[in-house]
Write a protein that binds this ligand. Structure first.
Ligand SMILES: [Zn+2]
Length: 395
């Protein structure tokens, strides 16, 4: 029986071509009004057959499929037809026809220089190569792969705010239903912050949250200049989202600040959008960025200490750390809260050798770092000493 709340219903829908090849089998689906529906699948998986059945164009099938009364369904055929022997990138490149032919020919001609040639052949080859180069220059046809790529500016639309909200709210609903302890990290949107509370102390919260330095610092306005160097998952979103994160951090709906330090190599990060990995090195400047934000009036120094020292110790029940207290391990930094410094590649202590913050001037620098009471870092120099100890926990 059709339930009237659905705009379209399928029940045990199947479709076989003459000869018996089954393209669709046993599909039962119901669509609510207002739903956006995507059908994904490989070439030949039966996507357009399914859509044609829904639109009433394909009438031979088994099982049942019906729209609610008063619903009309249209079908727009794909245009142009794609070449099934190629993947999507291949189809896009072939659509760049003339430029691709010229570049392919240029590469063929260039490859000839590896072979033995007479002077006459050599001159003809050089002439043809020069001619092709002029033609490609004239239509700006170089670097087709990069041009056929998705621009990085679309990253926050692909890894969307909507997806963030759906995944965070689903996890929270499940935690509430089951009573599970849940920590949601890498909040990146203003909307998600409404899912968290600030009316109980951190130690009593069942659901806690974290924000990363990069989501507090960058916005989608930075993609044009920084490119894939600021590609993270979740994506850096809008300035409005960033403002919402600051508000939630300051009113304690967000409990801790993290770095999500991920030192991918420059070579990896300089690839095109779909190939560049997400993530970047942030640990060296995490505190310096927050000190700059203190200087900008976005947060108090006390709040920075709470979110980066006290709260991680409370949240993860870390024993004898996170506070300056008698009997506690002395994990300390000395900072010059106003010292302006510009981040340059040669000032980096990362093995990966780059930072998304290169060229940025920050007011506030770490001058000394103590680990378990031992001086490990002083004004740019790391000490060759080993004082690391495993953390212990009180849970
Ligand atoms: Zn992460």
């Amino acid at each position: 029986m059709a339930s009237t709340q659905y705009v379209y219903t399928m029940h045990k829908l199947g479709k076989a071509w003459p000869g018996g090849k089954e393209v669709l089998k046993d599909i039962s689906l119901s669509f609510l009004p207002g739903a956006k529906i995507g059908v994904l699948g490989l070439n030949g998986a039966g996507k357009s057959t399914l859509l044609k059945i829904m639109a009433g164009i394909e009438t031979e099938f088994s099982g049942e499929a019906w729209p609610a009364d008063g619903i009309n369904i249209g079908y727009l055929a794909q245009e142009p037809e794609l070449d099934e022997t190629m993947d999507v990138a291949g189809n896009v490149l072939s659509g760049m026809g003339q430029a691709k032919e010229l570049v392919d020919r240029f590469n063929e001609v260039s490859a000839r220089f590896a072979e033995e040639m007479s002077d006459e052949e050599m001159n003809a080859t050089i002439a043809e190569q020069a001619e092709l180069q002029d033609q490609i220059d004239a239509i700006d046809g170089w670097d087709l792969e990069r041009k056929a790529e998705i621009p990085i500016e679309y990253h926050p639309d692909i890894r969307s705010a909507e997806a963030c909200y759906l995944s965070s709210s689903k996890a929270i609903a499940l935690a509430k239903e089951t009573g599970a302890r849940l920590h949601v990290f890498h909040l990146s949107t203003a909307r998600e912050t409404a899912l968290f509370q600030n009316d109980v102390p951190l130690a009593e919260k069942q659901i806690t949250s974290e924000v990363c330095i990069h989501h507090l610092w960058f916005s989608d306005e930075d993609y044009t200049k920084k490119g894939t160097h600021i590609k993270w998952n979740p994506a850096v979103k809008s300035a409005v989202d960033r403002a919402g994160l600051w508000e939630a951090l300051n009113d304690d709906r967000i409990d801790i600040i993290a770095t999500d330090h991920a030192p991918h190599t420059l070579e990896e990060k300089n690839q095109v959008y779909t190939k560049a990995p997400s993530g970047g090195p942030m640990v060296q400047h995490a505190l310096a960025v927050m000190l700059e934000c203190v200087n900008q009036g976005k947060i108090s120094l006390e709040k920075v200490v709470e979110k980066m020292c006290h709260n991680p110790a409370i949240l993860f029940s870390i024993k004898e750390r996170g506070y300056i207290r008698a009997g506690y391990y002395a994990d300390l930094v000395l900072v010059d809260a106003n010292q302006a410094h510009t981040i340059t590649r040669d000032s980096l202590l990362y093995k990966c050798g780059w930072s998304p913050l290169e060229g940025t001037t920050l007011r506030g620098a770490v001058t000394h770092t103590f680990l378990n009471g031992a001086l490990m870092y002083e004004n740019g120099n790391i000490k060759e000493a080993h004082h690391a100890k495993p953390l212990s926990f009180t849970r």
